[in-house]
Design a protein around this ligand. Sequence first.
Ligand SMILES: NC(=O)c1ccc[n+]([C@@H]2O[C@H](COP(=O)([O-])OP(=O)(O)OC[C@H]3O[C@@H](n4cnc5c(N)ncnc54)[C@H](O)[C@@H]3O)[C@@H](O)[C@H]2O)c1
Length: 258
Amino acid sequence: MQNQQRLTNKVAIITGAGSGIGRATAKRFAEEGAKLVLNDISQASLEEIAAELDCPDRCTTVSGDVSLETTAQLLKETALERFGKIDILVNNAGIHWIQDITETSVEDFDHVINVNLKSMFLNCKSVIPEMMKQNGGVIVNLSSVSGYVGQEMMGKSTFLYNMTKAAILQMTRSLATRYAKSGIRVTCVAPGVTKTNQITTEHTPDLDGFWQAVEGVQPLGRYADPREIANCIVFLACDEASFVTGSSLVVDGGYLAL
Ligand SMILES: NC(=O)c1ccc[n+]([C@@H]2O[C@H](COP(=O)([O-])OP(=O)(O)OC[C@H]3O[C@@H](n4cnc5c(N)ncnc54)[C@H](O)[C@@H]3O)[C@@H](O)[C@H]2O)c1
């Protein structure tokens, strides 16, 4: 029997689709038949992924900063004008932060909160009314194992990143219970260390040492490939996960189980 595509004719907005997990998710969604509205702050990376997917009838791009309300508005309008509905929102865009609280400026604090958290508030606020009109929809938020534990990296705290990722877990629960009766599922993926630019750019001075350290503390003995996270996002977004809402799927090679 031929494998059926799991997202045929579903319209999905994916933020931060130019790189890493977002990019892998865009590819997996395209393979599963979805119609895509892809966002990133980097126009060049969006052009790359659109060329790679090579399905212009099913894919459009919107560059812009997810921490701005105008970007959320534009994403919604583009999805509605181009494809007529919004079935899925993947709130993926996010930035890492390694700095002790004593060294973090108020401006840096606001920036990380705005990109990682305010963006999700803005996009959820924007698409939920459309999903309510359709009596259904799915939101998948990207949290992290960092939302569950205190962490240090390279001898410094990641407190601010962890705060945003923990808040995403709670936002997922709160929106899931509020909108369950409207047919909207709100879910969350919490990846462990995944080989993407988010990690490689920050650990450039000792990247090999960093990957070795990761492999040493992971029960599965390795980091994730972005596609392994994207596979879980596909599952949560499709009808196979029809009874999943309000919860977080931890995809971490066993890291939190230790
Ligand atoms: N890589 C990991 O180990 C890991 C682990 C747990 C959770 N996550 C989460 O997964 C998500 C994706 O991370 P990734 O590892 O793929 O990172 P990445 O850096 O490879 O990709 C993030 C993408 O988001 C875009 N982006 C950044 N700021 C933006 C903004 N203001 N507006 C729009 N786009 C913006 C970047 O240009 C980039 O293309 C993030 O929310 C991250 O916190 C990553």
